[in-house]
Design a protein around this ligand. Structure first.
Ligand SMILES: NC(=O)c1ccc[n+]([C@@H]2O[C@H](COP(=O)([O-])OP(=O)(O)OC[C@H]3O[C@@H](n4cnc5c(N)ncnc54)[C@H](O)[C@@H]3O)[C@@H](O)[C@H]2O)c1
Length: 303
């Protein structure tokens, strides 16, 4: 018996990296899988190819699993509906959506173009909405369903030169929470994972000398490390887990906090800009969040 026996999963961006590992692990856990991947370069441009999705399908079938491919883009309302439709056509149902497809177009904020912003938001944030919304019609009718969204510490914590990506990823966290709130009445759950892995996406991190040791350590983190948590979250074993944000870094699993007030100040007579400056801000300052990037928070090597 596998944790996902009888389930049908759609894994987007499953032609390589983390998505491939999740698709293979879901099939090993008993799911029939739609391997979705547009087969595009890291910037989301150039020729499309079905080869990455075909390779993942072959991997699944080599161990006796069942898979079909879909090479449609997540970044369109209609194409996302066709990806979900591929699950219905092939397997008659859909139980799990893993929003994993992604591209990066890094640029320092003051040089970021409209296209760099829009393409990244289209694939990550809009794509996650389109896919989730397309599956929601089926989840609602069957009174069950699970979403797993791959987010990033670039959004949860911060990163330089990734305003488009960070904003889209943090948007997905809010999307997931909204789905969890709106659809729990139908037995539908929605959770996020902020993964770490050495894939083609992380292999483009600029190799400057002060990052060398950090990058060497990240090279040892295989994308497969993220799959067990994704399989669990998609399964009925996680029936009480909803609206949460997790992280995976090699053999560590983290639960992330979500925004809550950390300190409040009050003045009977109300505030003026001057009293905010003189009394209010000095009181709040001790609780300010530092301008951290991921490496400032995850200071130890992956273990
Ligand atoms: N690797 C990491 O350390 C890391 C860290 C944080 C977040 N993530 C996130 O995890 C996910 C997987 O990343 P990865 O490192 O495996 O990257 P990857 O580049 O290896 O895989 C992404 C896949 O998405 C596919 N894709 C791109 N645009 C698509 C579209 N419009 N429709 C369908 N498929 C599309 C690509 O063809 C590719 O196969 C991404 O959402 C990424 O942002 C990764």
């Amino acid at each position: 018996m596998g944790l996902l026996d009888g389930k049908v999963a759609v894994v987007t961006g499953a032609g390589g990296g983390i998505g491939r590992e999740i698709a293979v692990a879901m099939a090993a856990a008993g799911a029939r899988v739609v391997v979705n991947d547009i087969g595009i370069n890291l910037a989301g441009s150039g020729e499309h190819s079905s080869a990455p999705a075909e390779e993942t399908k072959a991997l699944i079938e080599s161990t006796g699993g069942q898979a079909v491919i879909s090479t449609e883009s997540v970044a369109g309302w209609e194409s996302a509906r066709r990806i979900v439709g591929a699950a219905i056509d092939a397997f008659g149902q859909i139980d799990i959506v893993v929003n994993n497809a992604g591209i990066v177009r890094d640029a320092i904020f003051h040089k970021m173009t409209e296209e760099e912003w829009s393409r990244v938001v289209d694939v990550h944030l809009n794509g996650s909405f389109f896919m989730s919304r397309a599956a929601a019609d089926h989840f609602r009718i069957q009174g069950a369903g699970a979403y797993v969204h791959m987010v990033s510490t670039s959004g949860l914590i911060g990163n330089v030169g990734q305003a488009n990506y960070s904003a889209a990823k943090l948007g997905i966290v809010a999307l997931s929470k909204s789905i969890a709130l709106d659809m729990r009445r139908f037995g539908v759950r929605s959770n996020c994972i902020g993964p770490f892995a050495w894939t083609r996406m992380t292999s483009v991190i600029p190799n400057n000398p002060d990052q060398e040791a950090r990058i060497a350590a990240l090279r040892a983190v295989g994308p497969e490390k993220n799959a067990p948590l994704a399989v669990y979250l998609a399964s009925d074993a996680a029936k009480d887990v909803n609206g949460q944000v997790f992280g995976v870094r090699k053999n560590e699993i983290f639960l992330f906090g979500q925004y809550r007030p950390v300190r409040g100040i009050h003045r009977d007579s109300g505030w003026t800009p001057e009293t905010v400056a003189e009394r209010g801000m000095p009181a709040l300052k001790g609780n300010f969040t530092p301008l951290d990037v991921t490496a400032d928070v995850f200071t130890w090597d992956p273990i």
